[in-house]
Design a protein around this ligand. Structure first.
Ligand SMILES: *Cc1c(COP(=O)(O)O)cnc(C)c1O
Length: 419
């Protein structure tokens, strides 16, 4: 699999894409909600997408456009749309492509918000769903045969840490001409699904992309539509054929703008996009460091944690995903590890004894974070859903940051004394 990330290449690309070489070096914030048109003819051209100028901030602004260009480039896509949050990006894509009567296939473990979007909200609007385990290719193929409209999965299960056969799933979706969207939040730069044949990649830029926890945001990135014989011309997607024929290779972007952004308004704001770019400048450096830290900390904890408390990460030989990790995620699978304390009571004691690690619901921060799962994000979920998502009573999710890995490992090891 073509998955080796040249961190030096991306360091160079990102600092120069974010910064300009003439005039203001930092990105410019354009906060205006509205934009004056030169004349009536220009207004007509802008609305027809024939003149490339800002129309109104709900459908885009110049600061977002700069961020979109940078993310599209490093993901290997044609273009992108910046959104108000990661959930904004996912709901934009879902509402742009799905309608009442359609079915969506969800593979593997999911972030809580995505799970309830599909299972409750989209269901309320008449979109049915089917979920399956990450390696259940029989279920996947049956759903594709039945004509599911969209397939979604996460590059790494959060918090289950299951690793999918990304290339295998993409290839199967392509053979059935079905749109496939991958949530790449945990693995920017480490995995580039558009270069592997995926249609859409989404990120919560709140997480690893920013790193600083100073901006909520999301982004969806799209491949170019093929001028002839694209899967979007399949009969399944008849309701967007008009846009595909008019917009050609940019059709994915037009579909999301016209069928979701314009009508739901999950648009990014200029200041948020500026802050996201400040994070992006150092993304490659941080991804390399965090993923090294994850392996070091996992190894120390695996060796030193006593009976009754254990660490799980695919880089450990004891993990069921170890082989796939080595083959497909050789430079890391993102900031998450999990710690199993056995019971909720022990998990609470352990968390309360941490001195440096921060208790919060975020991931991908520059600081190491931890959270008990069943009492927080998954408190609304029943036993069956928790089991499917790999969440159990003693489970703590940890997101590793940029600190000295030995210092962080020591914080976890001293907290064991409280048990
Ligand atoms: C956080 C997260 C989201 C949602 O992103 P927000 O920016 O919080 O809306 C979606 N997917 C994954 C994998 C996440 O971790």
């Amino acid at each position: 699999m073509n998955n080796t990330t040249d961190f030096n290449y991306f360091n160079t690309q990102l600092v120069h894409e974010v910064g300009s070489s003439v005039g203001p070096i930092a990105p410019t914030i354009t906060p205006s909600a509205a934009y004056g048109y030169v004349d009536a003819e220009e207004a007509e051209g802008i609305f027809a997408a024939e003149v490339n100028k800002p129309l109104y901030a709900r459908v885009g602004n110049p600061t977002n456009a700069k961020l979109e260009g940078i993310v599209a480039k490093f993901e290997g896509g044609l273009g992108a749309i910046a959104t108000s949050s990661g959930m904004g990006a996912i709901s934009m894509v879902c509402t742009a492509f799905l309608k009442s009567g359609d079915e969506i296939l969800c593979i593997g473990g999911f972030f809580g918000g995505t799970y309830s979007l599909v299972n409750e909200t989209l269901a309320r609007f008449g979109v049915s769903n089917t979920f399956c385990e990450v390696d259940d290719f029989e279920h996947i193929e049956n759903a594709l045969k039945r004509g599911v409209k969209m397939v979604i999965f996460e590059s790494v299960g959060n918090p289950s840490l299951t690793l999918p056969d990304v290339q295998g799933i993409i290839d199967l979706c392509n053979s059935y001409e079905t749109v496939v969207m991958i949530d790449n939040t945990a693995t920017p730069l480490l995995l580039r699904p558009l270069t592997m044949g995926a249609d859409i990649v989404v990120h919560s830029s709140t997480k690893n992309m920013s790193g600083h926890s100073a901006a909520l945001g999301g982004v969806a990135v799209f491949r170019a539509v093929k001028e002839d014989g694209d899967k979007l011309l399949n009969e399944k997607y008849a309701d967007v054929h008009k846009i595909v024929k008019k917009m050609g290779k940019k059709a994915f972007i037009a579909i999301c703008k016209k069928r979701a952004i314009r009508d739901f308004g999950m648009t990014a704001n200029a200041f948020g996009s500026f802050m996201t770019m400040i994070g992006l400048e150092t993304l490659s450096l941080r991804v390399e460091r965090v993923n090294q830290n994850v392996e070091v900390i996992s190894e120390i904890l695996d060796e030193k944690l006593p009976e009754g408390i254990s660490v799980n990460h695919p880089s450990l030989a004891s993990s069921p995903d170890y082989t796939r990790y080595k083959a497909d995620f050789a430079q890391g699978c993102g900031p998450l590890i999990s710690i199993d304390c056995g019971t909720k009571e022990r998990a609470f004691k352990f968390l309360n004894a941490l001195e440096l690690v921060i208790l919060t619901a975020n991931i991908g921060d520059n600081r190491t974070l931890a959270l008990h799962m069943t009492s927080t994000i998954y408190s609304d979920f029943n036993e069956e859903a928790r089991k499917f998502l790999g969440v159990h009573e003693g489970l703590i999710r940890v997101s590793i940051g940029l600190e000295d890995p030995k210092t962080i490992a020591e914080d976890f090891l001293q907290a064991v004394n409280a048990l």
